[in-house]
Design a protein around this ligand. Structure first.
Ligand code: ZN
Length: 409
C-alpha cells in the first residue's frame, strides 16, 4: 500500500492524502491552503496532482471528507461528479445548505454519501471505518483504514476540550492500535497559549454578560459549540441574543442532527435582518420568512441596548457604531486571536476587545495522552508547521514526510 500526502505535511490546512494499492486509490480530504481561503484566491490553482480525481477524469474510487472546514473540503467543487464522497450528515448539511449561502459554490450535484459514527465502508481492498471526534466543526470524523493486514488511522482535526470531547475520548480508548497514525499538530509551536474548555468559555461569557451594557460578540456560527456557549451565557444573565438570518439558517438545518440546538424561536433569541447578500438569498428562497416571528428592529435594540448580546456582522456593527455610544458597549472577540494581526476593522479595535476563545485543536498534552491511549507503531505528522517536534513529544516512531512523496507503508 502506498501513501502520498499531497498537501498538509508542512502546513496547517490544505489537507489532501492519497492511499493506493494494486486495485484502487482513495483520497482523504481535498482541502485548500489557508492563504487561498483568506485571500479568496482562484481554487483551480491549488489542485493537487492526483490523476482521476478532477473534472471528467476517472480512477479515484472514493473521497472521504473529515469535516466541513474549507481547508479540508475546499476543492470538492472541482472533482468528478460521479466519484462517491463520504462524510458525516452534519458535514453534508453544511456543504449542501450553508456554504452556497456564502458564495457561488454549489455542491448539490456531487455524489455525497452520509456516514454515521462507527460505519464501515468497503472500497476495493480497503475497509474504512468512520469515528466521530470533537472539533470546532460539527460531527468531524477520524478514519481508520484497514488493508493488506495493516491499519492506518487519520485523526482529521481533533480536540478533547469541546462539548463533545467524549466522542474523542471513546474513540481514543477503543481503537485497535494502528500501524500508522496520521496525526494533526496544529497547536505545536503554540504551547504557551492558555487551554480553556468550552465550558470555561461559557463561564467567562456569563461574567461578561453581567455588565449593564450591550455586548457585541464576534464568533463563527458554524462553530456550534461556541454558539451554545454564547446562548447559555445569555440565558444565565437574562440577555437576548440577537442573531442574523445566516446563523438561524445554520441552526435550523442542523436541527436534523440535534433537537437540542437553540433555534430562532426559542426564548432569549431574536433575529436582526442584516442587509447583506446572505439575507437576500434567504429571502429569494423563501426561508427568511420563517424568522419573521422573531424579527427585531435596530430601534428596538437601541431603545434598551443593555438587554442585548449581538452577534457581529458588518451591517449591524456599522449601525451600532453610528447610532450608539461606543463607551456603553463591550466588544468580545471569540475567534482565533491570530486573525487580529491582519489589517481590518477588528484589528483597528484591538485595544477595546476582550478575547474569549479556545482552539478547535487539541493542545500538546492532550495529543500526547491520545498517542498513549492509541499506541501507534508509527506517527506521521500532518496539518502542522512543526513536524520536526513530533519525535521529541510522542512515544512512537515518527516518520516525517514531505508533500508529494509516495511512501510504501
Ligand atoms: Zn478543522
Amino acid at each position: 500500500m502506498k501513501l502520498t500526502i499531497h498537501r498538509g505535511a508542512n502546513e496547517i490546512g490544505g489537507n489532501c492524502i492519497e492511499l493506493k494499492d494494486d486495485c484502487s486509490r482513495i483520497v482523504f480530504d481535498v482541502g485548500l491552503p489557508l492563504n487561498a481561503i483568506d485571500e479568496n484566491l482562484d481554487i483551480r490553482c491549488y489542485k493537487p496532482d492526483i490523476s482521476g480525481l478532477f473534472a471528467d477524469e476517472t480512477g479515484v474510487a472514493a473521497v472521504f471528507i473529515s469535516h466541513a472546514h474549507p481547508d479540508h473540503y475546499g476543492l470538492l467543487s472541482l472533482i468528478n461528479k460521479n466519484i462517491p464522497i463520504f462524510m458525516s450528515k452534519a458535514s453534508a448539511i453544511i456543504l449542501k445548505k450553508i456554504v452556497p449561502l456564502l458564495g457561488e459554490e454549489n455542491y448539490a450535484d456531487l455524489n455525497i454519501i452520509e456516514l454515521s459514527n462507527g460505519e464501515e465502508i468497503k472500497i476495493g481492498n480497503f475497509l474504512i471505518k468512520a469515528y466521530e471526534v470533537d472539533h470546532s466543526a460539527t460531527a468531524a470524523m477520524a478514519f481508520e483504514i484497514s488493508a493488506e493486514n495493516k491499519k492506518i488511522l487519520y485523526s482529521g482535526d481533533i480536540r478533547f476540550h469541546g462539548r463533545r470531547a467524549w466522542h474523542s475520548k471513546i474513540f481514543a480508548d477503543n481503537i485497535t492500535p494502528p500501524d500508522y497514525l496520521l496525526l494533526e499538530g496544529s497547536t505545536l509551536g503554540r504551547e504557551n497559549q492558555e487551554q480553556l474548555t468550552e465550558y470555561d468559555i461559557e463561564k467567562r461569557l456569563t461574567v461578561l454578560f453581567a455588565e449593564k451594557k450591550l455586548s457585541l460578540i464576534v464568533f463563527s456560527t458554524q462553530n456550534i459549540d461556541r454558539l451554545v456557549s454564547v446562548y447559555k451565557a445569555c440565558v444565565r444573565k437574562n440577555k437576548i441574543l440577537v442573531l442574523d438570518p445566516y446563523s438561524c439558517a445554520i441552526l435550523e438545518n442542523l436541527q436534523e442532527i440535534s433537537s437540542h440546538l437553540p433555534q430562532f424561536n426559542w426564548n432569549n433569541i431574536r433575529v436582526y435582518f442584516a442587509c447583506n447578500s446572505i439575507t437576500r438569498k434567504l429571502a429569494e428562497s423563501g426561508d427568511l420568512y420563517h424568522y419573521k416571528t422573531s424579527k427585531i428592529t435596530f430601534d428596538e435594540i437601541a431603545a434598551n441596548p443593555e438587554k442585548y448580546v449581538v452577534k457581529a456582522n458588518f451591517a449591524i456593527t456599522e449601525k451600532l457604531f453610528e447610532r450608539l455610544d461606543v463607551d456603553n458597549m463591550q466588544f468580545i472577540f471569540s475567534l482565533w486571536s491570530g486573525y487580529l494581526d491582519k489589517p481590518g476593522f477588528w484589528h483597528d479595535l484591538k485595544d477595546k476587545l476582550v478575547c474569549v476563545h479556545t482552539s478547535g485543536h487539541a493542545c500538546v498534552k492532550d495529543l500526547q495522552d491520545f498517542v498513549k491511549a492509541v499506541k501507534p507503531k508509527h506517527i506521521i505528522p500532518i496539518h502542522t508547521t512543526c513536524k520536526d517536534k513530533y519525535a521529541d513529544l510522542f512515544a512512537a516512531d515518527v516518520i516525517v514526510l514531505d508533500d508529494n512523496i509516495e511512501t510504501e507503508l
